[in-house]
Design a binder for this molecule. Sequence first.
Ligand code: MRU
Length: 346
Amino acid sequence: MITVEWANGLFRFLDQTRLPLEEVYVETADVARVAEAIRRLEIRGAPAIGVAAAFGVVLASRNARSAEEARSSSLAAIQSLAATRPTAVNLFTALDRMSHALKASEDIRDQEGLSTRLLNEALAIQQEDVEACRRIGELGSALIRPGSSVLTHCNAGALATAGEGTALSVIFAAARKNSIVRVYADETRPLLQGARLTAWELMKHGIDTVLITDSTAGVVLRQQLVQAVIVGADRIAANGDTANKIGTYSLAVLAERHHVPFYVAAPVSTIDFSIASGAEITIEERAPEEVTSIAGTRIAPEGVGVYSPAFDVTPNELIAAIVTERGIMAPPFSQTIPALRPQHRV
Ligand code: MRU
């Protein structure tokens, strides 16, 4: 399944706000449309946002008439894309790479040459994510004991990445080895990424999928219906504290209480080596309407107060392992994670 791609000089993406009822692809040559898609969650999931932003910068450079104009419109695009969503670090990692690619091509004097250089960087970011997802699945599936059922939250699948996903890549790889019996998917209020997206992806793979409301997770864990919990991440601090979709922290607490291992799967591009702990992660707050309405229908009284952080931070001590494409990181994360820090910029 293709979530985001470069096709015939245009950026093409699957509009996730319309899934699972309609599969609609949007094509655009406009970086402002890419920024809007990220803000509206038409494109969502940490790695997919990063890849989309990189292609957005390419679009900005292609619409210019000279190399000079391409350089300034690319810089403006980097700024506007960085302001779309604050939590997923992949967005900033990707924009940082685009900004370095721009600086490294100061000798390029024609618009087309500059644009091609930026496109190559965006395609590399995309390809690296495809490969990272594949490796995460391969490595992480070893954590799933044969005959297990697992619980997941939000959507950390193909829709959230350029490849097969992170947490779902582990599940798909384990399913190919016949290790997985059943997957419980939290519906994930308020925007229902679990009900709309994860259930759809799992069922497309023919996996036995059971949808639960978020508040049913406690009972599922207490009844020992699952042998592992596995989720994705939006930003991981150097000590392993992990920001992910709101509700992840509650799941980790429940998993600890019921002695079920809690795993995080994420590419190295989701690790923010510059922050010591999760306390430094900026948590996005979403519009009240996302809570007071479901699919456009109001369900709460007018004027009610709403608190809607989009993410929470799970403290590292609740995490049994973090699966990356460079290996499975075990606690103590403040020793294992810094070893993954990339030494050289590509
Ligand atoms: O608000 P969203 O849908 O972008 O949140 C997505 C998540 O929290 C995912 O779990 C995370 O980005 C990991 S995706 C591989």
